[in-house]
Design a protein around this ligand. Structure first.
Ligand code: G6P
Length: 614
């Protein structure tokens, strides 16, 4: 949450910062601000409540000139979205400027102390304490760097901070405390950048380094130096980003979400590349770190994640149980971290986090580590915090995802989880060779089946015309498609603001059925699997009470047309692959309904792509 960008180099800083803020706006869009140091080191600071477009219109007559500066796009935690609460924040003198992401837990106590010492505050934010705290150490004779280090040692909570000073205009200082979202440092030609994530760096830098928890960076136009916040030096290696700036643009699509839905056949192909083998059939996971002995020793798996990642985990659980024979639980990271889960070194904790920086997932991973579990993380970005905490990482290889609502990261997480379950099954001897050949053959066709699904849009436009004004939706599924009902409801509510609930269809008679009337559309996942007849009964129960049914059914199932009002067909596939296919109708239905309602599809209100606070 909150997007941070900093630049220092030979070029004009403001255009780079403003572009960077556009790429980061999905992280927060309550308010935005920029400060640039001009040739004399004088700060020019502009900030505004509202979306970035407000700040852009304020700067329409000319951007501030200078070669270093920082920008921020905010998702409010302390203090409402006002001009005063927007970042950057300054100290009393206006010399020190700070942008911040996270929650400064002891800020009240420090604010009281600073106020007693004469510091004057102009916002209700926790962030404003930071420049004043830095100022207090500068008043004692510290350099910006030492003052930031001293301040960092007094701040508790999860925080990512970038600071600059008028007195030392040749550097930008940054530190990261706790799991507060990333700071990535980009190495350009005679220029350096800092950003919350790589999307803002891509047009300028491909070599990057990630700040770890408890680390600080001092960045000049030529280099970055790293220390722990206690001052101990840190040696860091850079990694090369395999994405280019083009992938961060919308291209011909109206929204990033639609672009990312269409990218799924290729993204899933990337997720499977090199992992599926045909001769002999098998699954190879070169990144997998656990030995075969360890895999055989695991007696429990626990999958954790939040939002869409957790829904992928709910499907993963069923694959791991049925294919690898390992007892498997799934939990929201935010619940797992505060319950006394029973685990030891025979437990494999599998975290799923596309960003690798979701605060609750990182907190849950720390807890699992403390309790001695072995950990694997599924993540879209190598080098992020989750990949540092886990014993091993499996990249989901979805590529850059900009839209707040996850789409391709969901299907790529599913594809990766499926290969993981099969891999574990092979190592544990629960999958025979013949079955493995079928699995590999079907996986080879998966991208093509996804391609077929994303190419058909008109039926969703028709459904959106009919149902976009309904106030509630119910999504029903069973077995591996129950998590898809949850995901369908989540997609719809997050981008169209329609109240929607996902339920295991068997639960319908225990409550939700009382809600069904002519006004309640029900999306039913009814593929032809072993639970088909039971789902069909549920569909008929909805119809008998006047509800309208949109069925997601298997191609060729004409019978479903007698029961449901609409049928969206997905290709015939095994029960294991079906949930990956069913993801596309869930996404496209939500997308077209949200477009029809005139919603801000890529940046839904109150949401953020990376939730870096609890
Ligand atoms: C936020 C996003 C969701 C995402 C969830 C978990 O809620 O809006 O799209 O599924 O965070 O994010 P992660 O990066 O941990 O997968």
């Amino acid at each position: 949450m909150c997007g941070i960008i900093g630049y220092i180099g030979d070029r004009a800083a403001a255009p780079i910062i403003m572009d960077g803020l556009s790429s980061l706006e999905y992280r927060g869009y309550d308010s935005a601000g920029i400060v640039v140091l001009d040739g004399d080191g004088m700060p020019q600071l502009y900030k505004s409540a509202g979306k970035l477009s407000r700040l852009k219109s304020i700067l329409a007559s000319g951007l501030p000139e200078g070669n270093s500066g920082v920008g921020h796009t905010r998702w409010a935690t302390h203090g409402g979205p006002t001009d005063f609460n927007a970042h950057p924040h300054t100290d009393c003198t206006g010399d020190v400027m700070v942008v911040h992401n996270g929650i400064f837990e002891n800020y009240m106590e420090l604010k009281r102390e600073l106020t007693a010492n004469g510091h004057v505050f102009s916002s209700q934010t926790d962030a404003e304490c930071i420049p004043h705290l830095i100022e207090s150490y500068i008043q004692e004779g510290c350099s910006l760097e030492d003052a930031a280090r001293a301040a960092a040692q007094r701040i508790s909570g999860a925080n990512a901070v970038v600071a600059l000073s008028r007195k030392e205009p040749d550097k930008i200082v940054s530190f990261k405390l706790g799991n507060a979202g990333g700071i990535v440092i980009g190495y350009g030609e005679q220029e350096m950048l800092l950003a919350s994530d790589i999307s803002a760096l891509l047009p300028h830098a491909r070599n990057v380094a990630y700040l770890a928890v408890g680390e600080m960076a001092t960045v000049t136009r030529e280099r970055a130096e790293y220390t722990r916040i206690d001052g101990a030096p840190v040696a860091k290696t850079t990694s090369y980003l395999p994405y280019d700036a083009l992938t961060a643009s919308k291209g011909e699509y109206k929204h990033f979400m639609l672009k990312e839905i269409h990218e799924q056949p290729d993204a899933v192909l990337d997720a499977l590349r090199g992992r599926v083998q045909f001769d002999p059939p098998g699954i190879a996971l070169p990144d997998f770190v656990f030995s075969d002995d360890e895999v055989r020793r695991f007696n429990k798996a626990i999958i954790i994640g939040m939002g869409t990642s957790m829904h992928a985990g709910m499907v993963g659980r069923m694959w791991i149980e049925s294919l690898a024979g390992i007892a498997c639980e799934v939990d929201n990271s935010s619940e797992f971290r505060y319950r006394d889960a029973v685990l030891d070194d025979r437990t494999l904790v599998i975290s799923i986090s596309q960003s690798g920086e979701t605060a609750d997932t990182l907190g849950a991973m720390d807890e699992a580590k403390r309790r001695g579990a072995r950990q694997l993380t599924l993540c879209n970005y190598e080098g992020t915090q989750s990949t540092r905490v886990a014993d091993g990482a499996l990249p989901i290889r979805a590529g850059l995802e900009i839209s707040v609502a996850g789409t391709k990261t969901f299907t790529c997480s599913l594809a990766t989880l499926y290969t993981l379950a099969v891999y574990l099954g092979v190592k544990r001897g629960t999958i025979e060779r013949e079955r493995l050949a079928d699995i590999a053959r079907e996986l080879a066709h998966l991208p093509e089946m996804l391609g077929q699904l994303v190419s058909e849009q008109s039926q969703y436009e028709r459904l959106a015309r009919k149902y976009a004004r309904r106030a509630n939706f119910l999504f029903l599924g069973r077995g591996k498609n129950y998590p898809l009902a949850m995901e369908g409801a989540l997609k719809l509510k997050e981008i169209s603001y329609i109240h929607a609930e996902g339920y295991p269809a068997g639960e319908m008679k225990h409550g939700p059925i009382s809600l069904i009337d002519e006004e309640m559309p029900v999306v039913a996942l009814v593929p032809q699997d072993n639970l088909y007849d039971k789902m069909l009964s549920n569909v008929n129960e909805v119809k008998a009470r006047g509800g309208a049914v949109i069925a997601v059914a298997t191609e060729g199932d004409e019978h479903i047309r007698d029961s449901a009002d609409h049928a969206i067909y997905i290709p015939k596939a095994s029960a294991n692959i079906t949930p990956i296919l069913a993801a596309i109708p869930m996404q496209l239905l939500a997308y077209h309904i949200a477009v029809r309602r005139g919603c801000d599809v890529d940046q839904p209100r109150n949401l953020a792509k990376s939730v870096t606070v609890e």
